[in-house]
Design a protein around this ligand. Structure first.
Ligand code: AMP
Length: 450
């Protein structure tokens, strides 16, 4: 099966081939033909399966005919987070380079200015997060009755983030005669009800979870003493051939504290979580993408769906509370056929969480002991890193930024000896990442195409 078999236009085939893809993924092969036939779709698939192109490609061909009217986007894509919205926009740019289509990105925390003007001229594709879109709609700045195509992406994540009422309301603002595509990694009853209410005779397509299906991620549970997690992490970062690593924590405070601690120990690390504003988050991701830092400490929501190629390792510094998050987290490595390693730190309190994970992935994960701080851990050989965007050679980044810092007397840093640091009281609102609660919605509009 090739992309040419799916009924896409020659311009699109050219853009796809220039993006380096020749064979459609299962979700693309199954979804693209019915979308082109204007059918509603329920796609049970998660990030990493190629699902973004499964709706972006046919949308471009469908939208190639017709023109947008002022204040009336012709299609709407709803994404739960800003990062995912930005990634979809990137996909439109990549695949739409031979089409004259306009898109606007409606997310919080970005300068409004000209972007609002761009929207007022009319856009073919509006990519938005639900809260921001509702806000603007209520201020009368946008009309959705010209929107004949709707994509609800990551519906289960929308549910987790409390966006379902917004989505229901948005659906009622769109014309009844429209095409709707809904994607979700899982189908809890609320999402099923949403689909029953707002989709018409949808075709269901289900593809395997990439993490469970893929054998290219080596997974290990690492037994650690809860007071010695940082020590164990540092020992493993030093012992492994770590090229670039995403470290997940369950709480924003842990993300912040761990990042600070790693930096104090001379590692090149950055952090992303829901309390970091958009421009800082983008800058942080860019530093990670380009290799100025090779360690990214992250919370679940902030890192969900991130598509950064060449991530060699994922560390779950905290075992995730929800088994689905485990699958999402480890899916940041082993992307696009590369090999990856996923380590999950396990303390005495994590037995139930691990049990749930193993049930979900239908697999028992091998357990290893945390290495002693000085002893090298078992090495897992990595494929050389492939450059993701710019065609440059593989990069291997020195994980240490300042060797002199390593020589600091350990006694000066209590946690280096495994002693627990004085605990700060945890603020009541500093729970798991809740996504974005940023300022008023703003526009980022990008014209693309020839
Ligand atoms: P997604 O599931 O949309 O997040 O895509 C996951 C990754 O797969 C992204 O890096 C895409 O660029 C890549 N991808 C999309 N389509 C294909 C394809 N047909 N062949 C290989 N990689 C692809």
């Amino acid at each position: 099966m090739t992309f040419a078999d799916l009924g896409l236009s020659d311009e699109l085939l050219k853009a796809v081939s220039e993006a380096g893809y020749d064979t459609p993924t299962p979700i693309q092969a199954q979804a693209i033909p019915p979308v082109l036939m204007m059918k509603d779709i329920i796609g049970i698939a998660q990030t990493g399966t190629g699902k973004t192109a499964s709706f972006v490609l046919p949308m471009i061909d469908i939208l190639a005919h017709g023109r947008a009217r002022a204040l009336m986007p012709r299609s709407l894509i709803l994404e739960p987070t800003r990062e995912l919205a930005a990634q979809v926009a990137e996909n439109f740019e990549k695949y739409g380079k031979y089409h004259k289509l306009n898109m606007a990105l409606l997310i919080g925390g970005v300068q409004m200015g000209d972007q609002l003007k761009a929207l007022e001229k009319g856009v073919d594709v509006l990519i938005a997060t639900p809260g921001r879109l509702m806000d603007l709609f209520q201020r009368g700045k946008i009309l959705l009755n010209g929107c004949s195509m709707l994509v609800i992406d990551e519906a289960d994540r929308m549910l987790d983030m409390g966006f379902i009422p917004d989505i229901e309301e948005i659906c009622t603002k769109l014309p009844a005669q429209r095409q709707t595509l809904l994607f979700s990694a899982t189908m809890p009853p609320v999402i099923k009800k949403l689909a029953d209410r707002f989709l018409s005779s949808p075709k269901s397509i289900e593809v395997a979870r990439p993490a469970t299906a893929s054998t290219n991620i080596t997974q290990r549970l690492v037994k650690v003493d809860s007071r010695k997690k940082r020590e164990a992490l540092r020992a493993m970062l030093e012992a492994e051939e770590v090229q670039s690593v995403v470290i997940f924590c369950n709480r924003k405070t842990t993300v912040r504290d761990l990042n600070k601690s790693l930096q104090r120990h001379g590692f090149k690390s950055g952090e992303i979580h829901g309390d970091i504003d958009q421009s800082a988050r983008i800058a942080e991701l860019e530093r990670f993408r380009t290799g100025s830092v090779n360690i990214l400490v992250a919370s679940d929501v902030a890192a969900r769906g991130l598509d950064i190629k060449g991530v060699s390792h994922v560390f779950n510094f905290d075992a995730p509370w929800h088994p689905d998050d485990y699958v999402h987290r480890i899916g940041r490595t082993g992307r696009a056929g590369a090999k990856g390693v996923a380590y999950t730190f396990v303390t005495a309190d994590d037995a139930e969480a691990i049990d749930n994970i193993q049930k979900l992935i239908k697999q028992k994960i091998e357990t290893i002991d945390a290495p002693a701080a000085a002893a090298p851990a078992e090495k897992v050989k990595q494929e050389p890193r492939r450059s993701d965007r710019d065609g440059k050679d593989d990069r291997k980044v020195d994980t240490r930024r300042d060797d002199r810092r390593r020589e600091e007397p350990r006694a000066a840093r209590p946690e280096a000896n495994g002693a627990s640091r004085p605990r700060r009281p945890v603020p009541v609102d500093d729970g798991p990442d809740e996504g974005w609660n940023g300022p008023v919605p703003e526009f980022l509009s990008v014209g693309f195409g020839a």
